[in-house]
Design a protein around this ligand. Structure first.
Ligand code: ZN
Length: 331
């Protein structure tokens, strides 16, 4: 933990400031130590560089999901360019320049692939929260970036102050037991006048997933050991890869987008290499909980949170991205 994270942290129980105790340092960075609350006196450990506000049991559903996301992060760093384009696709109309000088909260960072990008785009600080042990990889992947901070904690009880200029959550909320609660918690940590982005699976255009794949995922694949599931995902990816390369990819995706089933999405991933398609398949098979949201459900989150200037767009005709502003004055 970099000491510059401390001003952003608050007790998840009572909201008071925290005191930092350093036990082992690497330069400025606290590798082992603790954080204790000035108010209620609760304390939490800092282990292996990461403040630990939530210890997670290995089999907990949401933790399993988070570990699975970003699973390939280390091995395929050459995909950085694609990750950058994908990330900006998921949070549009936000662009790279939007991050400059801002304080950013990331709800569900996995291994930190978007944390790195937010920091590289010039954010003044990015506080990346994740429930799972993926934070260990996220810490390794981001510790060289002065603006990046990784915290193990629960989005529903975020150990941070409500001071952020911008909060985003990409591909995480639809895996929470009550997705809207996660969204509200994210919004609650944005300052008045700040902004929020979320990207979630859509129900529209995903009928076959809901009716055919969901039952298989819930009853079978989400219960398999990750190593076994990885093989299953590879086998499923072979026909997917062939179809996208041979049918959707040619003509630059123009024909596929307009006329073929799942055209916009499969044309989009036709450009991805096999290993990345396998990761996508793995993600879809591993999650114990996944909601596919209708536009009006997703829009309802923004309405009920009292957000302004709401922009909700269909992404690849099978998911939703939303962006909005938190009112400057709280009525
Ligand atoms: Zn407290």
């Amino acid at each position: 933990m970099k000491p510059s994270l401390l001003p952003f942290l608050a007790c998840p129980d009572c909201g008071a400031d925290l005191a930092l105790e350093r036990r082992e340092l690497d330069g400025d960075e606290v590798i082992e130590g603790s954080l204790s609350c000035h108010g209620c006196r609760h304390s939490w450990g800092i282990h292996a560089g990461v403040p630990r506000f939530a210890a997670v049991v290995e089999h907990e559903a949401s933790a399993r999901t988070a570990v699975a996301f970003g699973w390939e992060w280390n091995r395929f760093s050459e995909l950085d360019t694609r990750y950058r384009r994908q990330f900006l696709d998921w949070i549009r109309p936000v662009d790279a320049g939007f991050f400059r000088g801002k304080t950013v909260l990331e709800g569900g960072c996995g291994k930190g692939r978007h944390t790195v990008l937010a920091a590289e785009f010039g954010a003044r600080a990015v506080v990346a929260l994740d429930l799972s042990d993926a934070v260990d990889a996220a810490w390794r992947n981001t510790r060289h970036l002065p603006a990046a901070h990784v915290v193990q904690g629960d989005i529903l009880r975020p150990p941070v102050k409500a001071v952020f200029d911008y909060a985003f959550s990409v591909g995480v909320l639809h895996h929470m037991p009550v997705p809207e609660e996660g969204f509200r918690a994210l919004v609650s940590n944005v300052r008045p006048g700040g902004h929020v982005s979320a990207w979630v699976y859509g129900r529209e255009g995903n009928g076959w997933i809901v009716h055919l794949l969901n039952p298989v995922r819930e009853k079978v694949t989400s219960r398999l050991p990750h190593r076994v599931l990885d093989v299953v995902a590879a086998l499923v990816t072979v026909p997917l890869w062939l179809v996208t390369k041979l049918v959707y990819g040619p003509t630059g995706g123009r024909l596929g987008r307009r006329t073929l089933p799942y055209g916009p999405y499969l044309s989009y991933i036709a450009g991805f290499p096999f290993l990345e398609q396998r990761t996508i398949v793995f993600d879809h098979l591993v999650a114990p909980v996944a909601f596919y949201l209708r536009r009006d459900e997703f829009a309802g989150w923004f309405d009920r949170a009292g957000l302004e200037e709401v922009s909700i767009e269909h992404h690849n005709a099978n998911s939703w991205r939303g962006f909005a502003r938190v009112p400057a004055e709280i009525a």
